[in-house]
Design a protein around this ligand. Sequence first.
Ligand SMILES: *Cc1c(COP(=O)(O)O)cnc(C)c1O
Length: 433
Amino acid sequence: MFEKSLNAYSHAKKVIPAGVNSPVRAFKGLKGTPPFIQKGKGAYLFDIDGNKYLDFVQSWGPLIFGHCNKDIEEEVIKTVKLGLSFGAPTLLETQLANEIISMYDYIDKLRFVSSGTEAVMSAIRLARGVTNKNDIVKFEGCYHGHSDSLLVKAGSGLATFGSPSSAGVPSDLIKHTLLCEYNNIKNLKQCFEDSHDIACIIIEPIAGNMGLIPASHEFLKACRELCDKNNALLIFDEVMSGFRASLRGASGIIDVKADIITFGKVIGAGMPVGAFASSSKIMNHLSPDGSVYQAGTLSGNPVAMSAGLASLKKLKSIDNIYENLNQKALRLVNGLKKVANKYNISLQINTRGSMFGFFFCKQEPKNFKDVGLCDFEAFAIFHHEMLKKGYYFACSQYEAGFISSVITNDMIDNCIKDASLVMLQIQGMQNAK
Ligand SMILES: *Cc1c(COP(=O)(O)O)cnc(C)c1O
């Protein structure tokens, strides 16, 4: 039943490294190989073998209205017919900037780029340019795209100079990246004692790249206070959580203000868009008015802008949309936990708005190291068996899952019913250990 995908995968591997254009798609560490997708429709994905899946990945977050939403599609088609790109200002850019900025009382300006990676990379350059300092603080397990200085792996858990987690990144380039443990205030304070050259803290206030692990309120408050005390800037990387956790991302849930916010994913509704935003005072440091250089040939691309604009307008027009999405997220993870517990399997769960996460482990993970203690074999069975039953979950325990507005309670209830049999299999595996 995966014949065509298997064949397509072997062809792809000949011309594309590992057959994929982003590593996580290769299903490494899991059973099986990735289905090749033919199309999406509403809550479902269809692969080239004709299998149908309920989609909990949604292109890793962007598609909050599911696939082929009519309102978004219509706007995009209208824009496409006027030309794909001009490399000159259009009205759409100002409109989308306004839609995003209007959610925050402390954000005045924003600049668009074409990916989350670019947004974060630019935000960090801006923070360094504004503060005239070099070091950046990053947390273990937070992902901020694949730019050199952010590809730093785990240290000892104490404030430490990180080492690169990718070949091809000179250690000279990451000597200014200080690595700290997520949700560990003591560790962070130590970091500010060790270095007096910290330009910024970059954090996912709701981490979605080590499973779903929200930062505690106290931790984010400590980030804010340490930045204020040390003339450093606080960057919230909301590329994933922006317009996903709430209309104001993490800021809609937690009362801590960042200096710079980065966006991506939902603001492009499936088209390549990123953005970084801040006060006028900070943003005016950008070229051509200021001395921090930043540019992009396709930045603010009209087709991408129209997709994002239609999506954000729609999000704002629907009352209680995030509450409803969260209720469905809770229905799903609570249901999964219940069937897991029935078979004596420990499952830890989290939700924030339309984001959800679950971990096969005994205690709720608070940081990257905790996630490493989870049962990865159990997850691999869950993923593979659920895929065979028509459920497309993120292919790693280190990824968050997403509810789209077109996923119904019935779909979720069926999913939980089908998961019951899979949990029985996992129990067999865990007991045999
Ligand atoms: C996805 C993601 C990025 C990178 O965005 P790309 O568009 O893949 O470059 C950066 N930060 C966070 C928090 C993300 O989830």
